[in-house]
Write a protein that binds this ligand. Structure first.
Ligand SMILES: Cc1ncc(COP(=O)(O)O)c(C=O)c1O
Length: 405
């Protein structure tokens, strides 16, 4: 079975305008079954969760099905799936909760490769708890963050290490399983930002050794909210702030207020949609997802090669994404030109590749790109050869124009 790009694209209404979307790392376009599932959830009776009224039962089954879908996607236990408004919100919540168990003199490790959503919540929680923050650096020339870079920051006082599974700026995929072993040997917990990673790689939270793994369905064809996976036994040991009448059960203990049921229905549909891309008519959802990701990686590898070849052939383009293992997300800078101008130029031609540092502020600064960053070209499941060629032609046309001072 091969990847049916035409059938996939036909299912994404936002692509009908003809825009070539390279802004997937910021958020993907949404397939019809996801849109319909959100509408369907709201079209049926929907109340607070319960077992009596139809609306209560509908809410309950939406939550249960979404937990099972996300558990299949992440190789996790449904009882350890926590829903939230965003990855940022979930990380702030967990930072606050975990910091309640830290003492002055303890240490946490963050990396300069990370999105600020996996740096600032830990830095601020550490400051309040009198805990020392250690920063692990990546190599700005190669884009690599190694297990040794993390090991060098560990000590007997390390309580937590926060690291990305893939950089949303330059695509680097650090060796998380190896990092996890080092972190666990030091007696610390590992909090993994999988927001960018989950869009490109089949996640296996067990194999990765992530104690906490956070992601956002809107990066993989779903709606805008956040999801965290952890072992239920670990979640049982944590005491988040919560309302008195709300349940103390895990994982609900961590889900403040009423969940966005319609988005959860959309997320379940997104996972099923991804499983459907496998082309496998039967089999378990996890197995079908594994096949989808194989196809997706093959598809993205072909396009990435075409894109990289095309970019190399253009004078004055520097590709900053260089790590040996990385996602198909390319950050480029342009000699003597503002990538902001290229972004605008391309947008006028129906090609969406934004310029910025995309909240990976420390990474952008460490690369020597200040707060400005570069032009980010991200491949998504619906990207085609024609999109890539349009982007390359647009960039070539931009570079042919005289540079403004
Ligand atoms: C790598 C990474 N981490 C975290 C986030 C924040 O995710 P959310 O918008 O769900 O808070 C993003 C968003 O772009 C991201 O790319």
């Amino acid at each position: 079975m091969t990847y049916d790009l035409t059938a996939l694209r036909a299912q994404v209404p936002a692509l009908a305008s003809g825009t070539a979307h390279f802004d997937g790392p910021g958020g993907t376009q949404t397939p019809l079954p996801v849109i319909e599932a959100i509408g369907a959830a709201l079209s049926r009776p929907l109340s607070n969760r319960g077992a009596l009224l139809p609306g209560e039962r509908n809410a309950d089954s939406v939550v249960d099905e979404a937990r099972r879908a996300m558990a299949d996607l992440l190789g996790a236990d449904p009882a350890g799936i926590v829903f939230g408004r965003s990855a940022t919100q979930l990380t702030y919540d967990f930072a606050r909760t975990l910091a309640a168990g830290w003492s002055p003199g303890d240490e946490v490790v963050v990396t300069r490769l990370d999105h600020d959503a996996n740096i600032r919540p830990w830095v601020q929680a550490a400051e309040r708890a009198g805990v020392t923050v250690r920063h692990a650096d990546f190599d700005p020339d190669t884009g690599e963050l190694t297990a040794d870079d993390i090991r060098a920051r560990l000590s007997g006082r390390t309580r937590l290490v926060a690291v990305t599974a893939a950089s949303n700026l330059i695509g680097t995929i650090p060796p998380i399983a190896e990092i996890a072993r080092a972190v666990h040997e030091a007696g610390a917990l590992l909090y993994v930002d999988g927001v960018h990673y989950t869009a490109h790689k089949l996640v296996d939270t067990e194999a990765l050794g992530a104690d906490f793994f956070v992601c956002s369905p809107y990066k993989f064809l779903g709606p805008h909210h956040g999801v965290l996976a952890a072992r239920p036994e670990l979640l049982e040991t944590l005491r988040p702030d919560k309302l008195l009448p709300s349940t103390d059960a895990v994982p609900e203990r961590f889900e403040l207020g009423t969940l966005p049921y319609e988005f959860l229905a959309g997320t379940r549909a997104a996972v099923d949609f991804l499983a459907g891309l496998s082309g496998l008519p039967a089999g378990g959802r996890r197995e079908r997802l594994a096949r989808t990701y194989e196809l997706l990686e093959e598809h993205e590898a072909v396009l990435r090669e075409r894109l990289e070849k095309g970019l190399t052939a253009l004078d004055g383009v520097t590709v900053r994404s260089r790590a040996a293992r990385r996602t198909p997300t390319l950050l480029v800078t342009l000699d003597g030109r503002r990538t902001e101008d290229a972004y605008r130029f391309l947008a006028e031609r129906g090609v969406h590749a934004p310029s910025g540092s995309f909240y990976a502020l420390e990474a952008s600064r460490h690369l020597g790109l200040g707060d400005t960053g570069g032009l980010r070209i991200g491949l998504a499941p619906y990207t085609g050869t024609e999109d890539v060629d349009r982007l390359l032609a647009g960039l070539a046309a931009f570079l042919e124009q005289p540079a403004h001072e």
